[in-house]
Design a binder for this molecule. Structure first.
Ligand code: SF4
Length: 343
């Protein structure tokens, strides 16, 4: 199939088969930017729930730039990877300062924003601005690899460079960059998926190398399972006069800036007396109340939950005693939400 026909086949397929998603009902550069930040590393179904409430509260860059970061993190709860929320707020601040409050549509300007790489800049510029620029995410790379029967490791530098080159050739030959780019991502999400290639309904079936050779299942080659770091978090629920002691995590690392009960992190599991000594507040009693495992992409966290009684007059510098309603306003991770349920 000639490349222009290939591109148009994807555009037509997308126009007829696209899913109705909130960020597709009304297009703007700002809505596109917010959706792209949310969709990095979070499943579509979860983003669908969170997208409109976030846009209602922050309808433009100025409203997000002016907001308190704690409120932004609270609105982001459930999406995970909170660094994206902080980067989005910083991007909004830069849009206000550098671009007069209007989200740019040129790739070079988008690339100046924190948290925006080549993929995100290309997605916003092509989908919201119809600029003729390519995008490659995991879905697009898989479709292109199968189409060209390229069985290289998709994480290799050469394979990534070839994917961008092929995406560039395709977008150069298309009629509508927005439809082509979103169509390629949609094909990867719905038809040419990691577990299955539904070639019978694929607009690229004619001339697809993997289909011809029957190698759909082995392209791309299966990933080696990532080795996860094992860590132990010992979390202590400490109450006084109906209030719970909470602390804020630092600016770096996982769950940066989120709140938690006093937590001792270690490579090994600790006993109650060790936790009591290291948790930063003087306790008269400590009891184990439960445990669970929390999986992140590169880390397996064994969470051990304790309940402690603060000594009379115990000081807890740098922490705050929170009422139930105060707790509801604090941004916390899903793991901490589970810990609070055990309390
Ligand atoms: S024909 Fe099959 S393997 Fe090729 S791109 Fe389409 S779904 Fe993927």
């Amino acid at each position: 199939m000639e490349i222009g026909n290939r591109a148009r086949a994807v555009e037509d397929w997308f126009a007829a088969n696209r899913r109705r998603l909130p960020w597709r009902t009304r297009r703007s550069a700002w809505r596109s930017l917010v959706s792209e930040f949310m969709l990095q590393q979070t499943q579509v179904a979860r983003v669908v729930e969170k997208f409109e409430p976030f846009l209602t509260r922050f309808p433009d860059p100025a409203s997000l730039a002016a907001a308190d970061e704690q409120e932004v993190l609270a609105m982001w709860q459930g999406l995970g990877y909170y660094r994206r929320a902080r980067n989005l707020k910083r991007a909004a601040e830069m849009i206000v300062e550098r671009f007069g409050g209007r989200t740019p549509l040129e790739p070079d300007e988008l690339l100046e924003l924190p948290g925006v790489g080549r993929y995100t800049a290309g997605a916003i510029a092509s989908i919201a601005g119809r600029r003729r620029v390519p995008i490659v995410d995991g879905n697009v790379q898989r479709v292109l690899a199968r189409l060209h029967e390229d069985d290289a490791d998709p994480t290799s530098r050469d394979a990534i460079a070839r994917a961008w080159q092929r995406a560039t050739e395709l977008v150069d030959a298309c009629d509508r960059p927005d439809r082509l780019n979103e169509g390629m991502m949609e094909l990867g999400a719905l038809v040419c998926t990691p577990g299955m290639a539904d070639c019978g309904v694929c607009p690229l079936a004619t001339g697809c190398g993997a289909r011809r050779s029957g190698r759909q299942a082995s392209i791309p080659p299966p990933k080696r399972a990532a080795v996860k770091i094992e860590v132990h978090h010992h979390s202590v629920l400490v109450r006084r006069n109906g209030r719970l002691l909470m602390e804020q995590r630092g600016d770096d690392g996982i769950w940066a800036g989120l709140w938690q009960v006093p937590t001792v992190e270690s490579k090994r599991k600790l006993g109650p007396s060790q936790v009591s000594r290291r948790c930063g507040v003087e306790l008269t009693e400590i009891d184990r109340v439960g445990s669970f495992t929390h999986e992140l992409s590169h880390r397996r966290i064994h969470v051990h939950v304790f309940r402690g009684d603060a000594a009379p007059g115990a000081r807890a510098p740098g922490r705050t005693w929170q009422t139930r309603s105060g707790l509801e306003r604090l941004p916390v991770s899903n793991a901490v939400r589970r810990i609070l349920e055990l309390g």
